[in-house]
Ligand binder design. Structure first.
Ligand code: AMP
Length: 209
């Protein structure tokens, strides 16, 4: 079973992944996290990716595919894609490899998303995501590393990412609908546990998983 997670930046994709992991066993392919891991290696490729990430631009599809290729070629069972595909070119490449069964669309207005992103704290070690309002320490509760503001979580970078999302990523929902995938629309302003429950119900009822 293959699932794609789509939603504007700040709609809670990372938080939802953490919730789903408590109830469902799956291989996670999170391109943003894998690209940030590449940046940490400080290689020429990592430096190049860092520049694009900071500017809020998309990384070239070929680079993204290279970074996820090992996971992509070995994944089986339930696979959850977070942040991929991001545009039609990537969706076409993915279509050649597998069939998408579910698209989870986290719907959120831009104002709320912007507010969330500007107060988001992330652990660069394990990917844990929280909000300054919900935590009183600067240490990651999962692994103890320092929490920080992502370098692309600044107003200019965020607006650029919103623009790309509207133009290139959002149309994928209609594309997958016409390809026969089940689109699960959820209100991303709800509590993560509630959202998770709604999604699991649909998957269980319709996929008999
Ligand atoms: P995310 O963690 O999903 O918000 O992604 C952070 C950044 O990584 C994005 O703003 C892009 O610069 C880059 N990125 C993540 N996934 C992709 C992708 N599928 N294609 C191109 N760039 C990506």
């Amino acid at each position: 079973m293959n699932i794609i997670l789509l939603g504007i930046q700040g709609s809670g994709k990372g938080t939802l992944v953490a919730q789903l992991q408590k109830h469902l066993s799956f291989t996670l392919i999170s391109t943003g996290q894998l690209l940030r891991d590449e940046v940490k290696k400080n290689t020429d490729l990592g430096k190049h990716i860092h520049e694009l990430l900071t500017a809020g631009k998309l990384v070239e599809t070929e680079t993204v595919i290279n970074v996820i290729s090992h996971k992509l070629n070995t994944c089986s069972g339930v696979v959850l894609f977070d942040g991929f595909p991001r545009n039609n070119e990537q969706a076409e490449k993915l279509n050649k490899i597998l069939k998408v069964d579910f698209v989870i669309h986290l719907k959120l207005d831009k104002e709320t998303a912007l507010e969330r992103l500007l107060s988001r704290l992330t652990c660069s070690n394990c990917g844990f995501v929280t909000n300054k309002k919900h935590i009183s320490t600067t240490k990651c509760p999962k692994c103890g590393h320092e929490l920080s503001v992502r370098s692309d979580d600044v107003v200019d970078g965020i607006n650029k990412r919103f623009e790309i999302y509207d133009k290139e990523t959002y149309p994928l929902i209609e594309k997958y609908n016409s390809l026969g995938a089940r689109i699960i629309e959820v209100d991303a302003s709800k509590q993560p546990s509630e959202i998770c429950k709604e999604i699991l119900k649909v998957i269980k009822d319709e996929y008999h998983y």
